[in-house]
Ligand binder design. Structure first.
Ligand code: MG
Length: 417
């Protein structure tokens, strides 16, 4: 079966989110006309003219404004612009919602950045008989639901999709589909500086190999490229011929198989559920704190119990459909595991783990709770512990006889200091 790969890219994402959320402009904005948007600038610090422009609508860019320009200069070029402060939570929430919608149309997809996603679908197939129609539906749905414009590149692989996406900027429909046949006719006429992902290597190709176009790069023997660029030489060679065999990775934001876990051996066998639950909470607190300090959130928790005499026990894990580094969210899940698998044996050791981790800045938000506020509280507690010592602040339950936290905090790696 053959596959068509796509890359969808939201136009001026932050600025588009802002324009879309302003009812006073909603009536006149049109999907096929950028300039029906207000000239709008998202600036890190609107009160200061030295603030940096993070995003601008095409209407503002038409006046000569560009990203990373100082606000003062941007306002000289576009005095009528509306200036707003960034609302990152709002943009991230929009990004997550758009991503869920893409996944609905194209189950095989890969988040690539806050406003870009790769996807792939089998073609020809009865589900996707017309690739252009399929992505037009995606583009239309993004507009209908979010009032954000996007452009889409299609190609025989991810790299060609990325390159086609850039060309879609100039296309009235904002959709471009390239096949292998377009390599000599379309890809090869582009400048070497248009080769995505090369950075300073494009300059070297231009200066040392006299390559002006991607077609020129395709003429360079692979061995010469390898001599100059090492492993990158092969990649450049293949890309210049429109080849790329990297796959769609739906878990690109997750770090698989790596997890955070803590384990403690108890001073005696524990038989009471409440006591075991306290130890679980303490370990969970430590795990979540580590996750927060490393900027990670997990999607799966595990609970391990070792029974009396350190003989027997179980390890069970549960995966949920959100990412979290908050003990409050994971604690009920762990208690469920405890109640399901623990049959009342004396417990001598407990472990708690968190894995299927994702970088916090990789945008997964738990949309419907007060996650942000809770996170601030947790971080404040983390700071106090870092500054004043582990036991400067602890849960009230840790003071009870089941609590292991005070003892554990005297040890490093499970040993007394
Ligand atoms: Mg974009």
């Amino acid at each position: 079966m053959k596959w068509v790969y796509g890359l969808v890219d939201m136009q001026s994402f932050y600025a588009s989110c802002e324009a879309a959320s302003r009812p006073e402009f909603a009536w006149k904005r049109r999907e096929d006309d950028d300039f029906t948007d207000p000239p709008l600038l998202v600036s890190g610090d609107p009160a200061r003219r030295s603030g940096i422009i993070l995003a601008a609508t095409p209407a503002a860019k038409r006046s000569g404004v560009d990203n990373a320009m100082r606000l003062g200069e941007a306002l000289q070029r576009c005095p009528e612009a509306i200036v707003v402060k960034p609302r990152m939570e709002f943009y991230l929430e929009t990004s997550v919602r758009i991503r869920r919608m893409i996944e609905h149309l194209f189950p095989l997809h890969e988040p690539f950045s806050v406003d870009e996603s790769f996807f792939a679908f089998p073609y020809p197939s009865h589900l996707f008989s017309d690739p252009i129609a399929a992505v037009r539906e995606l583009k239309q749905t993004v507009w209908d639901l979010f009032r954000i414009r996007c452009r889409i590149g299609l190609g025989p692989n991810k790299w060609m999709a990325k390159m086609a996406n850039k060309q879609a900027k100039k296309h009235p429909d904002r959709i471009v589909w390239w096949t292998e046949q377009d390599v000599p006719t379309q890809l090869h006429r582009l400048s070497v500086f248009d080769m995505w992902g090369l950075k300073r290597r494009a300059k070297i190709l231009h200066e040392e190999f006299a390559a002006r176009t991607i077609g020129d790069v395709a003429e360079i023997p692979e061995s010469k490229l390898v001599d100059r660029f090492g492993v990158w030489g092969t990649i450049i060679h293949r890309w210049s011929r429109g080849e790329d065999d990297s796959q769609i990775n739906p878990h690109s934001c997750e770090k698989p198989h790596k997890g955070i876990s803590h384990r403690t051996t108890l001073p005696r066998d524990f038989y009471k559920r409440e006591e075991i639950a306290v130890v679980i909470l303490e370990l969970l607190d430590e795990v979540c704190r580590r996750a927060r300090s490393e900027g990670q959130k997990g999607r799966r928790v595990g609970l391990g119990l070792t029974y009396e005499g350190l003989q027997g026990g179980f390890y069970k894990a549960k995966t949920v459909d959100f990412y979290s580094d908050e003990a409050n969210e994971w604690y009920p899940v762990l208690l469920q595991l405890l109640d399901r698998w623990w049959m009342g044996d004396g417990v001598r050791a407990v472990s708690v783990s968190l894995d299927l981790l994702q970088n916090t800045n990789a945008l997964q938000l738990s949309l419907f709770n007060d996650a942000v506020k809770q996170n601030r509280l947790s971080r404040a507690v983390d700071d106090i512990r870092t500054k004043y010592g582990e036991i400067s602040i602890m849960r009230a339950v840790s003071l009870g006889k089941a609590g292991q936290f005070k003892e554990r905090s005297k040890k490093i790696g499970g040993h007394y200091m």
